[in-house]
Design a protein around this ligand. Structure first.
Ligand SMILES: [Zn+2]
Length: 245
């Protein structure tokens, strides 16, 4: 985790610092090593949020597109006592989950049920071949930024995300794409190219409090998604690898 409570205030880890988990109030210790990015860990070992995954620079870079106060927001289901820590939660209540590791469909559904208004951002650079397979299998985007593709790979990257919740895949320098359609049988799909910064601005705005404000069905031709948000952006490196927490 990036944050823990130190004297009641959210704080970044510093060598030797001790704190409390914002979620479970358990003791946390600052891990400030050379090889793994600085982070907080529960002193007891296991993370209190069973959905928490070891963070990478990719997670941190995405979360840092949003204000610190919106990052790592603990949420408690008063009825069940279930506790989870949202990667980002905007003031309007939209949760963004940044997902690198493979998760089962049951967990996808469980998280969507818990957070209700949310969207997924998936690291498409985890599998080394995925971004190349996607680029090789797609057409050029049309004027609405939509691109038909055929998934040639054996990997299940697209097939895993059969959900009505908006899913965006970050292929690093191969672009940031929203899955519009994907048929796991034919392996044909449609994806929309999205500008990362515009996406973050839209997600941060009250306009996107309803996740339905973000989806664009191909038949609607991008009416509800500003054209600027679908344009390509300068290429950037694909951040892979180094864990930070
Ligand atoms: Zn905790």
């Amino acid at each position: 985790m990036r944050f823990a409570l130190v004297n009641g205030t959210r704080a970044d880890p510093q060598p030797g610092l001790k704190g409390l988990c914002q979620g479970c109030q358990g003791a946390t210790v600052a891990k400030c090593g050379k090889f793994v990015g600085w982070h907080w860990a529960h002193k007891a070992g296991a993370h209190c949020d069973k959905w928490w995954e070891a963070e990478t620079e990719w997670h941190r870079a995405w979360k840092n597109r949003f204000p610190p106060d919106w990052q790592e927001v603990p949420l408690l289901d008063q009825g069940t006592g279930e506790l989870h820590i949202a990667d980002v939660r905007t003031p309007s209540g939209l949760v963004l989950e940044f997902q690198r590791s493979v998760i089962k469909p049951e967990e996808v559904r469980a998280r969507e049920s818990f957070y209700r208004r949310m969207l997924w951002v998936v690291d498409g650079c985890k599998g080394d071949a995925d971004r190349f397979n996607f680029s090789n299998g797609r057409e050029r985007p049309n004027t609405d930024g939509l691109s038909r593709f055929r998934w040639p790979g054996r990997g299940s990257l697209f097939a895993r995300w059969q959900t009505t919740t908006p899913v965006f895949i970050d292929f690093g320098d191969h672009g940031f794409w929203r899955i519009m359609q994907f048929d796991p049988t034919t392996k044909n799909g449609i994806a929309g190219i999205v500008d990362r910064q515009k996406f973050a601005e839209l997600a941060a705005s009250g306009i996107t409090a309803r996740p339905s404000a973000l989806p664009v069905r191909p038949s609607r031709g991008g009416r509800r998604f500003p054209a600027a948000g679908l344009r390509s952006e300068p290429r950037r490196g694909c951040r892979v690898g180094r864990r930070t927490a």
